[in-house]
Design a protein around this ligand. Sequence first.
Ligand SMILES: Nc1ncnc2c1ncn2[C@@H]1O[C@H](COP(=O)(O)OP(=O)(O)O)[C@@H](O)[C@H]1O
Ligand SMILES: [Mg+2]
Length: 286
Amino acid sequence: MTSSTPPVAYVTSGLIEDPELSAVLAAFERLGVPAEAVDWRDGSVDWGRFALVVVRSPWDYILDRPAFLAWAEKVAAVTRLANPAPVLERNTDKTYLRTLAEAGVPVVPTAWAAPGDELDGEAGGGFAPWPELVVKPTVSSGARDTVRTTDRAEALAHVRTLTAAGRTAMVQPYLPMVEREGETSLLFLGGRFSHAIRRRPMLSGEVGFEDAVREPDADQLAVAERVLAAVPERAELLYARVDLVRTEDGSPVLIELELTEPRLFLTHLPDGPERLVRAVRAALAG
Ligand SMILES: Nc1ncnc2c1ncn2[C@@H]1O[C@H](COP(=O)(O)OP(=O)(O)O)[C@@H](O)[C@H]1O
Ligand SMILES: [Mg+2]
């Protein structure tokens, strides 16, 4: 490519450090694809000068989702955005899990409480049989505002705190398998499975393992395929991360589908950063 080729924007945040940024920019350079890191909040940027705007680590969007979605619309009006704006809109609110469950995808059992809803932990709340609970907001990342407890009153109090602030709360059974097998993240680049990571649990203390590459089991790959098949824009996804945990009976269930700003664990592989750049190059050609 010549120096007049329009660059790719690697969208990040000025506030939270991205551990993959420098390795991926180096891979862009090695493969001769011009690319620049850009803060999504930088109002002076002319997004139209990029051939492709790749959402990667704008992790502070969680503080202002409406501004982030408005930004995505603005960019999509002047150039190509990956993943596409409608995907970002849907994927930044975990109520998408309910849609996927209704489409037949195995999802962690979840009780939902929108602002104004009352959950009754013993009866109507749907979580009476669960010995330990996780309560989280539908708009979150990095386990922000997430509580793990066996105390129903504490769980309900956190639900009320979230809904009183105008947020939707989700209540799930705590899945203890995250401490033994870990959470399995399956990474897809350009629509194809790339690699999988065994991840440390975020809501428990010491465990005997770190995030590391693992071979996914056949049932995990099959569930991940079902999850992606339920995404209308599947063919347009540049990147996707399917996070699975096993329930006590051993079956993998979806805990999160990350189509917005997943950490891709590229630096865990010798050629991980190049894999993303190759997927970008294919998207540019397509
Ligand atoms: N129901 C659950 N059982 C066990 N661990 C959970 C559960 N829900 C969340 N966690 C832990 O909290 C982390 C963050 O929750 P997650 O639903 O992935 O939201 P986000 O990553 O967007 O904050 C997970 O990676 C997992 O370690
Ligand atoms: Mg997660």
